[in-house]
Design a protein around this ligand. Structure first.
Ligand code: SF4
Length: 236
């Protein structure tokens, strides 16, 4: 049976998908987002080992709280980096009647990814940036995995929630939101678009890890402005 590498577990998660959820933050990410809150998830060999049985055991503890919509979310890091493990875990949870969401960054896609998406009940996608150059600048990755992901989501007709971090001076203008709406027309089953305001609370973590924080000096996103921009998002 496949084992995975785990960063941490959050119980009673209320923001990573519908309802109350147990969130497994998996270790390893190929991206290097400038605003990443969890650079300690980057190393695929870090964290601790976890088995599928342990995932199921921990997930079952939350079952009384899941209700009709809750369940498990696999986040990261980038969960698609551990496709074989996540696929087994999602299937094992399904046998227990627990639904799963995959929270992906669209920066990684391999031969296992389609199977994982097919087995999961829904996806959360952090869209990063719609412009290829800015995407690369922000994440250090190309957009090609994102487009492979979109093609598969459409083919499998998987429900998806879109999340977009808004960073002052980078994508905090109306025009960006209009372009984002247009871009999201490419994805058939978008159920929700959520704009998240950039904050700089991770900066100390970078210092402690001896990493350079690329957004030094960028102020946290103003809440009113974020609300204004959120009111412009559109699900087609
Ligand atoms: S994809 Fe997520 S975990 Fe990876 S670097 Fe970006 S924000 Fe961090």
């Amino acid at each position: 049976m496949a084992t995975g590498r785990l960063h941490s577990i959050e119980t009673f998660g209320a923001v990573d998908g519908p309802g109350i959820r147990t969130v497994f933050f998996l270790q390893g990410c190929p991206a290097r987002c400038a605003y990443c809150h969890n650079p300690d998830t980057w190393n695929p060999a870090g964290g601790q080992e976890i088995t599928v049985e342990e995932v199921v055991r921990r997930a079952k503890r939350g079952r009384p709280y899941y209700g009709a919509n809750g369940g498990v979310t696999f986040s990261g890091g980038e969960p698609l980096l551990q496709g074989e493990f996540v696929l087994e875990a999602v299937r094992a949870l399904k046998r227990e009647g627990i639904s799963s969401a995959i929270d992906t960054s669209g920066t990684y896609f391999d031969d296992m990814s389609e199977k994982v998406i097919d087995a999961a009940d829904m996806l959360l996608l952090d869209i990063k940036h719609i412009d290829p150059k800015k995407f690369r600048e922000l994440t250090g990755r190309e957009q090609s995995p994102l487009f492979r992901l979109i093609e598969v989501i459409n083919r499998l007709d998987k429900p998806i929630w879109i999340r977009q971090v808004i960073v002052p001076g980078f994508n905090d203008d109306e025009q960006y939101i209009y372009s984002l709406n247009e871009f999201l027309r490419k994805i058939r089953s978008v159920k929700k678009i959520e704009l998240l305001g950039y904050h700089n609370m991770a900066e100390n973590k970078y210092d402690r890890m001896g990493l350079r924080y690329r957004l030094q000096g960028v102020r946290p996103m103003n809440r009113n402005r974020l609300q204004q921009l959120s009111s412009l998002t559109q699900i087609v």
